[in-house]
Design a protein around this ligand. Sequence first.
Ligand code: ZN
Length: 77
Amino acid sequence: MMLACREMTELTTDYLERQLSWWDRMRFLMHIGMCGACWEYVRGMKAVLANFHRIGTEVVPPEVPPELFDRFRNWKR
Ligand SMILES: [Zn+2]
């Protein structure tokens, strides 16, 4: 079963923090292998998370494009 893009947004944080089960990780990787939009999304979130961990704050770093967060919010809806 292919994951929906909406589910991908929910799994991205878990994936980046290595919280996914083996099977979920496989499905996740299968999806970003085939879906350019989600691949870009995961890449963007990875950069965002790296910044969060480095500066240890919830503040969005200025170099993160705001459209990334718009996209994230839209997909959450
Ligand atoms: Zn997708």
